[in-house]
Design a protein around this ligand. Structure first.
Ligand SMILES: [Cu+2]
Length: 440
C-alpha cells in the first residue's frame, strides 16, 4: 500500500473504495505513512463503567446512560427543578474524531432527565446558542403551552434568555427532548436527549436499565462541523453520540433483567437494532407500555426516527454479545460511497502499471472491504471500521456496542469473555472432516 498523498498527486484515478475519502482528505494528509499501518482506535474493554444517578428517597433503580450522564435536580417546595443549557459543545465521537456539535449542558446527547410518575417538574432552558431555540418534550403528555413548538405554542427562546417549562409527569415511560426551532440544524448538530419517567410502583427485581440514543451525522473528512444539510449521505452512526469502538459496553449479571431504552432522533434513518444471543420483547414505546398480549419475541426491532423502543430480556446466556444496527452501512465509520465497485476485479495489471510510478502500490477493495482498517487516516477522522477484539480485528464501527453478561460485574468493564474450553469455533481437524464425510 502506498502513501495516499503520493497516490493522489500521481493522479491515479482508479483505486479502491477509499478514493472518495482520500480525495477529500488530500489537503489534510500531510504525513508520510508506512505500509499496512494498523489504524484501529483504542480497544474496548478497559475503563470504568458509567453509573446511574442514585437519588436519596427514590425507590427506582437509576437508568445508566453509557458514555453519558444524568441531569441533577433540586427539590423546591415539592417540585423537581432541572436546568438545561443549550450550547455549542466540543465532542469526541471516537478517539481521533472531534466535532463541533451543539448539545445541552456540555454534551451530546444532553443529559438524561429522570424522574417518577406524578412528579411536578420545572425545567429551565437557557439558550447559549448563536440562534433561538425551544425545547419540545417528545411523548410527554402535558398542557399545550408547555409543548415547546416555537411559533405554535410559545415564542422561541431568544439568544441569551432562559425560559421556564412547568408540568406534571402524569405518565410513566421513556420519552425524548429536542428543539422545535430550526430542528434540521439543531438536531443534526446533536441537540437530542432522553427522558425516563419511572412508574410509581414496579415489581422488585434486579434490573440493568440502559438508555441509548441513536443518531447519524455527516462529518466531511477532516472537518469538525457536522453538515446539517445532509439528507441521505450520513457517514457517522452513533449510540449516545459515540461510534464503535468508543461505545461503552452494556453489562449484566446472570439473572438480571436487562432493559434497553433505544431512542432515535437522527435526521432521516430508521435503525433495525439487533441483539445476538437472545430473544427480547419490546415492552414499551414512547406512547406507553405494550400490552402483554401484543408482545412477540424479536431479535431485531426497528426504531423509527422520532420513536422509542424499550426492549427487555433476562440475562441468562453469558458472553460478549454484539448489539448493533443491522444496516451494514450503519456499522461503518466515515465510509465514502462515491466509488467504483472493485470486488472481484482483477487488479494485478493495474497494480503493476501504477507500481511503475508508485512503487508498492496495491489496490484495496478488490477482495472485499475487510482490509480497510489498514488505511492511513487523514487528520481528525477515524477508521472506517474496527476495534481490536480478543480474536483479532472486530470489523465493525458506528452503531455497534457489546452486551457483556457475566456471573459477576464490578465497577469496571469486565474485559473480554473467557470462553469455556472447547466452546469457540475453530479450524476443523482432518479427523473431524473424515469422521463427518466433509469434502473440501
Ligand atoms: Cu442504522
Amino acid at each position: 500500500m502506498i502513501n495516499r498523498r503520493t497516490l493522489l498527486q500521481s493522479s491515479v484515478a482508479a483505486s479502491a473504495a477509499i478514493l472518495a475519502r482520500a480525495r477529500m482528505a488530500a489537503a489534510q494528509a500531510p504525513q508520510h505513512t508506512g505500509h499496512g499501518t494498523h489504524t484501529t482506535a483504542a480497544p474496548v474493554g478497559t475503563g470504568k463503567l458509567t453509573k446511574g444517578r442514585a437519588v436519596a428517597g427514590e425507590g427506582y433503580t437509576p437508568v445508566v446512560m453509557p458514555n453519558g450522564s444524568t441531569l441533577p435536580f433540586e427539590k423546591k417546595a415539592g417540585v423537581k427543578v432541572f436546568h438545561l443549557t443549550a450550547e455549542p459543545v466540543k465532542h469526541v465521537i471516537a478517539p481521533g474524531l472531534e466535532i463541533e456539535a451543539w448539545g445541552y449542558n456540555g454534551s451530546t446527547p444532553g443529559p438524561l432527565i429522570e424522574c417518577v410518575e406524578g412528579d411536578k417538574v420545572r425545567i429551565y432552558v437557557t439558550n447559549k446558542l448563536p440562534e433561538p431555540t425551544s425545547t419540545h418534550w417528545h411523548g410527554v403528555i402535558l398542557p399545550n403551552g408547555m409543548d415547546g413548538v416555537a411559533g405554535l405554542t410559545q415564542r422561541s427562546i431568544p439568544v441569551g434568555e432562559t425560559f421556564k417549562y412547568e408540568f406534571t409527569m402524569t405518565k410513566a415511560g421513556t420519552f425524548m427532548y429536542h428543539p422545535h426551532f430550526d430542528e434540521m440544524t439543531q438536531i443534526a448538530l446533536g441537540m437530542v436527549g432522553m427522558i425516563v419517567v419511572h412508574p410509581k410502583q414496579r415489581p422488585a427485581r434486579r434490573v440493568r436499565d440502559y438508555s441509548l440514543m441513536a443518531h447519524e451525522w455527516m462529518i466531511p473528512i477532516g472537518a469538525k462541523r457536522p453538515d446539517p444539510m445532509a439528507m441521505s449521505d450520513f457517514n457517522v452512526l452513533t449510540f449516545n453520540s459515540k461510534a464503535f469502538p468508543a461505545t461503552e459496553p452494556l453489562v449484566a449479571e446472570l439473572g438480571d433483567l436487562v432493559r434497553i431504552r433505544i431512542g432515535n432522533l437522527g435526521p432521516m434513518d430508521h435503525h433495525p437494532i439487533h441483539l445476538h444471543g437472545y430473544a427480547f420483547e419490546v415492552t414499551e414505546t414512547d406512547g406507553g407500555p405494550v400490552p402483554r398480549s401484543a408482545r412477540r419475541p424479536e431479535t431485531t426491532t426497528l426504531v423509527p426516527v422520532g420513536a422509542v423502543r424499550v426492549i427487555e430480556l433476562v440475562a441468562d446466556n453469558p458472553g460478549d454479545w454484539a448489539f448493533h444496527c443491522h444496516m451494514t452501512h450503519h456499522v461503518m465509520n466515515q465510509m465514502g460511497h462515491d466509488t467504483p465497485n472493485l470486488v472481484g476485479a482483477n487488479t494485478q495489471g493495474l497494480d503493476a502499471r501504477v507500481g511503475r510510478v508508485v512503487p508498492g502500490y496495491m489496490t484495496m477493495g478488490s477482495t472485499g472491504m475487510g482490509d480497510m482498517h489498514k488505511m492511513q487516516l487523514p487528520a481528525n477522522s477515524i477508521s472506517m471500521l474496527g476495534g481490536d477484539g480478543p480474536f483479532g480485528l472486530i470489523d465493525m464501527g458506528g452503531m455497534f456496542t457489546v452486551l457483556k453478561v457475566r456471573k459477576q460485574i464490578g465497577d469496571q468493564d469486565p474485559g473480554w469473555y473467557q470462553h469455556p474450553a472447547g466452546t469457540v469455533a475453530g479450524k476443523a481437524s482432518a479427523d473431524d472432516l473424515a469422521r463427518d464425510g466433509i469434502k473440501t
